[in-house]
Design a protein around this ligand. Structure first.
Ligand SMILES: Nc1ncnc2c1ncn2[C@@H]1O[C@H](COP(=O)(O)OP(=O)(O)OP(=O)(O)O)[C@@H](O)[C@H]1O
Ligand SMILES: [Mg+2]
Length: 366
């Protein structure tokens, strides 16, 4: 399925530092100079899920396998990126490929970390990036409009719709707004799908604060939280540099000691990954056998056969039925057998919509 969240922001704000903290694959170079990153770094991220550990304690499997999402560390964008400034076109193309955006915003003062955009200002930083994405979308809309107008005159309903929606998008973008907030219907969205809008992607913000503000936030992150609230977006307040250090520890005890020192109950990263997972509209079901207890990723709203297909395409093709125990029931009765005895194992068919946390067992023939 390879769903990706892309890390986006101005140069030198802590994007690669964040990537290194989340990614358990190759490390990205994070340094104190602008455009340190050019080629995007792609990493797989384990999605932390406490439920997986609870199930494992009950089932005692040989293996515990979390589910994963992909995170892409993209180069810094600058003002003028939509006109090609600072390799802008290349970087914007990288953003086009992701399904959701994690927008990192600098909320720390540190004169040693280079910055060319003047005093720290999360609101204008956010606007610089947004404006470039909007301008790029606008450019695409304008390129299409003349032809769409001609096509609309032929009277074909689909062409008319495309023209109308493009006009709507143009007006909205010109007001400095993202396509996402236009609230297009499914049909309208389909009519302009070939634009692959940059501002139609869900966004979540990371306020990268100084160490001392890790728990409380600071005046900069407060501004960002207020601005994000207006657009219904989430902000994760965290210190990327500390998160990257936590990720470095191989020994869990050392890691815990380090976190205790900073009075952290869990890495802020876990919250970030959860939010990214939500942003991508994903949901988890489990399989719980003695060989492995495993989390699987599906889209919210998927039916049982499609969900089974994530494990193996044969499961989907030959789907017969699913045996389902809700997570809470499994935990209450402590085993599949006990849940079954207490009438908590349901037999579900092809139309069943898989719920987050379902413990599933598929019956199929090949
Ligand atoms: N919360 C923080 N406090 C202090 N310094 C930080 C913090 N987060 C990151 N840094 C430092 O900021 C510098 C830039 O970090 P990083 O390379 O991750 O930025 P970037 O956004 O990926 O930059 P580029 O756009 O050039 O690729 C590094 O020196 C990093 O250690
Ligand atoms: Mg970088």
């Amino acid at each position: 399925m390879a769903l990706q969240a892309g890390i986006v922001g101005l140069p030198n704000v802590g994007k690669s530092t964040l990537f290194n903290a989340v990614s358990n694959s190759a490390k990205a170079q994070a340094s104190n100079y602008r455009f340190c990153t050019i080629e995007p770094n792609v990493g797989l991220v384990n999605v932390p899920d406490k439920r997986l550990n609870v199930l494992a304690e009950l089932v005692l499997p040989e293996k515990i396998v979390p589910t994963q999402i992909e995170i892409v560390d993209i180069a810094g964008l600058v003002k003028g990126a939509s006109k090609g400034e600072g390799l802008g076109n290349k970087f914007l193309a990288n953003i086009r490929e992701v399904d959701a955006i994690i927008h990192v915003i600098r909320c720390f003062e540190d004169e040693n970390v280079l910055r060319e955009e003047g005093p720290i200002n999360p609101i204008s930083d956010k606007e610089i990036i947004e404006t470039e994405l909007q301008l790029k979308d606008l450019e695409g809309v304008e390129r299409k409009l003349a032809r769409a107008e001609k096509m609309a005159k032929t009277g074909d309903a689909q062409s008319k719709l495309e023209f109308e929606v493009l006009k709507k998008c143009k007006a909205h973008l010109e007001k400095g707004k993202n396509i996402l907030s236009l609230g297009l219907s499914k049909e309208e969205r389909a009519a302009v799908a070939d634009n692959f809008f940059l501002t139609d992607k869900p966004v979540l913000y990371v306020a990268n604060v100084d160490e001392a503000s890790m728990h409380s936030g600071n005046k900069y992150s407060d501004l960002l939280v207020a601005a994000a609230r207006e657009e219904g977006a989430q902000v994760i307040v965290m210190t990327n540099a500390i998160e990257a250090q936590i990720a470095e520890f191989e020994d869990p005890e050392d890691k815990q000691m380090f976190m205790d020192e900073y009075k952290m109950e869990e890495p802020a990263l876990d919250r970030l990954i959860h939010s990214a997972y939500e942003l991508l509209n994903l949901s988890t079901y489990f399989t719980a056998g003695v060989q492995e207890v495993r989390a699987w990723t599906i889209h919210k709203g998927w039916k049982a056969p499609q969900a089974a297909g994530v494990i193996h395409s044969d499961f989907e093709k030959g789907f017969i039925k699913a045996e389902v125990i809700s997570y809470n029931d499994f935990v209450q009765y402590k085993s599949e057998a006990a849940a079954r005895e207490n009438g908590k194992l349901r037999i579900e068919g092809k139309e069943y919509i898989v719920q987050d946390g379902d413990v599933m067992h598929f019956r199929f023939n090949v």
